[in-house]
Design a protein around this ligand. Sequence first.
Ligand SMILES: Cc1cc2nc3c(=O)[nH]c(=O)nc-3n(C[C@H](O)[C@H](O)[C@H](O)COP(=O)(O)OP(=O)(O)OC[C@H]3O[C@@H](n4cnc5c(N)ncnc54)[C@H](O)[C@@H]3O)c2cc1C
Length: 416
Amino acid sequence: MRYSGFKVFWEGLRGNTGWKPVWRDPAPKSEYDIIIIGGGGHGLATAYYLASVFGQARIAVLERGWLGGGNVGRNTTIIRSNYLLPGNQPFYSFSMKLWEGMEQDFNYNAMVSQRGVLNLCHTDGQRDAFRRRGNAIHLSGDDAELLDSAQVRAMCPFLNFDDARFPIKGGLLQRSGGTARHDAVAWGYARGADMRGVDLIQNCEVTGMRIENGRILGVETKRGYIGAKKVGVAVAGSSGLLMAMAGMRLPIESHVLQAFVSEGLKETLPGVITFGAGHFYVSQSDKGGLVFGGDIDGYNSYAQRGNLPVIEDVAEGGMALMPMIGRARLLRAWGGIMDMSMDGSPIIDRTPVEGLYLNAGWCYGGFKATPASGYSFAHLIARDAPHPTARAYRLDRFRRGYAIDEKGQGAQPNLH
Ligand SMILES: Cc1cc2nc3c(=O)[nH]c(=O)nc-3n(C[C@H](O)[C@H](O)[C@H](O)COP(=O)(O)OP(=O)(O)OC[C@H]3O[C@@H](n4cnc5c(N)ncnc54)[C@H](O)[C@@H]3O)c2cc1C
């Protein structure tokens, strides 16, 4: 069923009786050509591009819980491509281009809204770094503008300019960045994949891998053994657990990242704003809630909920930046399990096990990467060669000394 304005109008006249479930609920088959483990944004996007772009068939996505129940439905919805390093910038630039055509491509409203992302700077050194970053962004053909303090004030008069502990000296604005409705991204990719024959199998936790003579043969699941010629792992915060089933230890730690939403307010924020003197980022949802977040909780965890010290830290960041946030009531807070790599950049690579591929290490940036990650992972699985924009995301870069440390802050998850 194709969705359109006319279809909505027509169904309105018929009492909305003609809508069909957005995807099927198939029983697992005994064997597939390709199995993707993880029905989050990256797993679903991979299955979608495998079927739609790379001409693959007999594909299944195995999801432990329900589609979109992981980080893809828990994040703060920010999309942008304002990266500095050559290993990252072309990849995120490619992702932005896919975001721009995505809704037409999979015929689903993911509410992609290019309302702008403004990174604030608070020192002269930080402004210099932003100038360098802006130039790197221009080299990829993407947009970036350096604003001075007066321009930021005109755009965001509610920020603390008068007695701020960290005075705002300006900001780097990427107008093409913005937000997208996170769970609709999962549903859109799921629907698009299902329409192309991919089996999306929920409540199907993978519990083991069958590997013989260095080759993957299939996976053990709570719904029985399923054979596969190729298996792609895209389980975000559970990457370490899954790859341990293949005898591998990853350069990844799992941490909780929390997010927060306030009660609905009148339209206030022009786009996404990030604080440059602490870790705090905020946008406003279409319903009016302020959606914001900060640092990961500082200890390793597989729990999808966090603790009070980070809530306090995020609240302090918010108050330092825009004191009026102290008048808004907090509606909800939640957490997701983040796959934090040692340099803050992801991994899209083959593994030492033939036929087993890994997509992991997304840290804070995995939502904006969803389209390019799915596309590149599908490219890797279908052609056994990395996509040109994802060549740097090798698993062995940590051993070889080729870390992609975007912030230049060192090799620990709490630093980036
Ligand atoms: C609070 C928060 C805020 C964030 N904000 C942003 C942001 O603003 N911008 C941004 O770019 N990124 C953001 N991120 C990061 C981003 O959401 C993640 O990096 C990205 O969603 C991870 O990829 P995914 O969507 O595939 O993960 P997930 O949605 O977590 O998908 C992984 C799936 O694997 C499944 N799984 C796990 N184990 C198994 C198993 N054994 N068998 C079968 N299935 C299994 C899980 O159930 C899950 O559904 C945020 C993350 C959080 C938690």
